[in-house]
Design a protein around this ligand. Structure first.
Ligand code: PA5
Length: 435
């Protein structure tokens, strides 16, 4: 099994300091286990990798095959926790140029996203691009009332009904929502759309391994069995309540110790552009879980080496409230050798015979050294490779670490009361009844 290993030797935090949290961690760990089946505890993600709805899982695989046969484009309509996980996994595990590859090479529909912003230009550009290509759509919303996906769905539903007629459109609309409640559930039942469930006890940002993420991920041709296998491996690996043997809890503790040392901004760093959306998913997970009661680490992210040329200066010498968590993918999928050049005008002959990934690794090692010397503590997560099992593992690692970290901080990591504030102001300005 592909692995994820935590290395905190450059964090400045010692085992002795970490182990001071032993009692606190075991108490929270026991609470998680005791409340795992409590519908109101939002802990449905805890045993999800082993305890998921197997029948629905099979339906997801069948739907993905059907979409593949009938559609050139699959539009995923959702926002926040209802789309970031799918986008993160798809980007991490498919060809960097997936959407522009020839269909024969891609072997699956193009995946495009809507309902994750309110831009009319974005929507119009998307509609223009789709033109008369064959499409299916998946609208994903737990509440069924979120404005961005609701508007996009209304527009796309009309496009599908006009293009295909009501009957055929019904076969191309997939709905992922609450099992009983909400406007989307009602509409789906009235129209007879195929539906998938977002379990009550799993919040949006913890939902990537439910149908929310799995249908788009499977449609992109990714092996969701392997993804769940990696997550199940992690479920077992991080089930030990003893902090000494649980790297996931150690990561949660180290973050909290650093936070107390005024390191209140965590930068998730990758050296693989494919992990860009994984960082976006991670930002939401930690930001929405911990940022409340005027507490919480601010989660942000960079893609290196790209952002070394934009954010590197600040990280090296700006305000010293930062720490970095670096995702290191040990084995790249492919590699390219840098060859000697007779003229050597670019002066690169010192790299003769070296590979691009070797240079990337040295960039990483050098950057870690420089940033640590510049008082930016470092946590390293070593991933064997980028594959389904590793990504499944990493998702579970971060979900559990986030829950533990939020609890240590003293906040509720499963609610998000703050996101309502802007909505109230916006609805008032829009004249929505009741605001
Ligand atoms: O994590 C969360 O709860 C949020 O990001 C939601 O996923 C997001 O607001 C979308 O909500 P809904 O699925 O109800 O449309």
């Amino acid at each position: 099994m592909s692995n994820v290993k935590l290395d905190y030797k450059n964090s400045g935090i010692t085992d002795k300091e970490i182990m001071k949290y032993k009692e606190k961690v075991i108490k929270i760990h026991n609470e998680f286990n005791e409340n795992a089946n409590d519908e109101n505890a939002f802990l449905g993600w805890l045993h999800l990798p082993t305890n998921y709805d197997k029948k629905e899982f099979e339906r997801i695989k069948k739907a993905a095959k059907r979409i593949n046969k009938t559609s050139e484009i699959f539009v995923v309509i959702g926002i926040g926790g209802s789309y970031l996980g799918a986008r993160a996994v798809i980007q991490s595990l498919t060809n960097t140029f997936y959407n522009v590859l020839d269909k024969k090479k891609r072997k699956a529909p193009q995946i495009l996203y809507a309902g994750n912003n309110m831009s009319s230009d974005y929507l119009q550009d998307l509609i223009d691009y789709i033109g008369d290509k064959e499409i299916s759509i998946n609208v994903i919303s737990k509440s069924g009332t979120t404005t961005e996906p609701a508007i996009a769905f209304r527009i796309f539903r009309e496009i599908l009904e006009t293009k295909y007629g009501i009957e055929e459109a019904r076969k191309r609309i997939y709905v992922t929502t609450d099992k009983q409640k909400g406007a989307l559930r009602k509409l789906a039942e009235e129209e007879g759309y195929e539906t998938f469930v977002i379990p009550d006890n799993i919040g949006g940002r913890y939902s990537v391994l439910t149908a929310v993420g799995l249908l788009p991920i499977a449609t992109a041709g990714i092996d969701i069995e392997k993804l769940m296998k990696g997550a199940a491996y992690a479920e077992d690996k991080y089930s030990d309540g003893n902090l000494k043997y649980n790297d996931c809890y150690k990561y949660a503790v180290i973050r909290n110790i650093l936070y107390k040392l005024y390191k209140n901004t965590e930068i998730l760093v990758n050296y693989e552009p494919k992990l860009h959306y994984f960082t976006e998913w991670w930002k939401q997970l930690f930001g929405e879980s911990e940022g409340k009661d005027q507490l919480g680490i601010f989660p942000t992210g960079v893609d290196f080496t790209t952002d070394l040329h934009s954010m590197g200066q600040y990280i090296q010498q700006g305000r010293r409230n930062l720490f970095e968590t670096v995702i290191n993918v040990i084995e790249p999928k492919s590699d390219i050798i840098i060859k000697e050049d007779e003229d050597n005008i670019d002066g690169l002959n010192f790299l003769d015979g070296k590979t691009v990934s070797f240079v990337n690794k040295k960039a990483m090692e050098g950057t870690i050294e420089a940033h640590v010397e510049g008082d930016v503590p470092n946590i390293l997560l070593n991933l064997d490779r980028l594959d389904e099992e590793t990504i499944g593992h990493l998702i579970y690692f971060f979900e559990k670490a986030c829950a533990m970290s939020g609890k240590i901080l003293g906040v509720n990591p499963f609610d998000q009361p703050g996101v309502e504030a802007y909505k109230k102001k916006m609805f008032k300005l829009l004249g929505k009844p009741g605001y």
